[in-house]
Design a binder for this molecule. Structure first.
Ligand code: GLA
Length: 387
């Protein structure tokens, strides 16, 4: 009987999750694209690695150092090995990965399931096996896999993303597999056996409405995320300057409660004290990294006032809650009903403000968040005392 249960469990796991052991909680780290685009080089990656450590970001959990597009230049005509851009990466990728590892962090690369990457560098289509082997030799820990220039391959998304998954698995090295298919074929519905995370949206930009659009779309797929397979509404823009600090705090709160990957997309070598504070608030990060790994979602939408309440369960039985004022130019009051959280009208609940690290007291039936600024949030942890 025990044996039978064991076999069922193994089967269940291999069918319903990627099962490379990675991504129990959403990945955290840094990625070059949002701030640097193609203007990257090994010096930026080394100094960013150093800055992740000296700022305390690494200590706060941001451990992947991920290079996005534009690190590769061509393929060796005889061996087909991928060749790093000799101008930006003259020391090669292996030595860069060694450097990142020597500082105690993890190293990520980018490629594409088509003939070329989005920026026109060589893609991995047809070279999955050889690329995966090279990544493993270089000691790569993470692969973001894009979807540009793939139409002429005449292969489906499923075939192309599975092909790289299998090649990565065959290396025997655990490599986090982050699919970047932009949500076009609704990957949330079927990528659980393929990747550790999947983009649900097109690219984010450093603007309020872009951030909102991505997290709103991502929310539609909340029920499909779970440990080892998370929805990805794209990387963080905090620190890049296109939103107010208040809006960046909202960005961080929504990504955190939605169990989105927390991949910093700014220049961490030149980070303001305020942006650093937003990125390193430990109680906000704890919600994102909660071991239950259940994506929080919108549980009440007030269209008249343009406010929302988002909530999700936590491993200790508490709830993470975001009271969100989406409206322009108006400060508002938002009521969180305990019945919306699955508790009773008579429930007594302890409420803590996570941004301020402050207990707000005990409340019965509901909690009212006063003075929530336009585009702002109050992010809370609510713990049931008596039903
Ligand atoms: C696509 C991806 C982005 C980034 C660029 C690089 O647009 O969605 O996240 O990787 O390609 O060219």
């Amino acid at each position: 009987m025990l044996f039978f249960t064991f076999v069922i469990l193994i089967l269940f796991n291999s069918i319903y999750s990627l099962n490379n052991g990675l991504g129990k909680t959403p990945q955290m780290g840094w990625n070059s694209w949002n701030h640097f685009g193609c203007s990257i080089n090994e010096e930026i990656i080394r100094s960013t690695t150093d800055a992740l450590i000296s700022t305390g970001l690494a200590q706060a959990g941001y451990t992947y150092v991920n290079i996005d597009d534009c690190w590769a230049s061509s393929r060796d005509p005889t061996t087909n090995f991928i060749i790093p851009d000799p101008i930006g990466f003259p020391s090669g990728i292996a030595s860069l990965a060694d450097y990142v590892h020597s500082r105690g962090l993890l190293f990520g690369l980018y490629s594409d399931a088509g003939y070329k990457t989005c920026a026109g560098r060589p893609g991995s289509f047809g070279y999955e096996e050889i690329d995966a082997q090279v990544y493993a030799q270089w000691k790569v820990d993470y692969l973001k896999y894009d979807n540009c220039n793939s139409l002429l391959t005449k292969k489906t998304i499923k075939e192309r993303y599975e092909s790289m998954r299998d090649a990565l698995n065959r290396t025997g090295r655990p490599i986090f597999y982050s699919a970047c298919e932009w949500g076009v074929m609704l990957p949330a519905l079927w990528f659980r056996t393929i990747a550790n995370s999947w983009r649900t949206t097109m690219d984010i930009s450093d603007h309020w409405y872009s951030m909102l659009l991505n997290i709103d779309i991502n929310d539609l797929f909340a029920d499909f995320a779970a440990p080892h397979g998370f929805n990805d509404p794209d990387m963080l823009e905090i620190g890049n300057g296109g939103m107010t600090l208040n809006e960046y705090r909202t960005h961080m709160s929504l990504w955190s409660i939605a169990k989105a990957p927390l991949l910093i997309g700014c220049d961490v070598r030149n980070l303001s004290k305020e942006s650093l504070e937003i990125l390193t608030n430990s109680e906000i990060i704890d919600i994102n990294q909660d071991s239950l790994g259940i994506q929080g979602k919108k549980i009440r939408i007030d269209l008249t006032h343009d406010t929302e309440v988002w909530a999700g369960p936590l491993a200790d039985g508490s709830k993470a809650v975001v009271a969100f004022n989406r409206a322009n130019n108006i400060t508002q009051t938002i009521v969180v009903l305990f019945t919306d959280l699955g508790w009773q009208l008579t429930s007594r609940v302890k409420v803590r403000d996570l941004w301020l690290h402050k207990d707000l007291g005990e409340f019965q039936g509901n909690y009212t968040a006063y003075n929530i600024e336009s585009h702002g949030v109050q992010m809370l942890k609510m713990t049931l005392i008596t039903l």
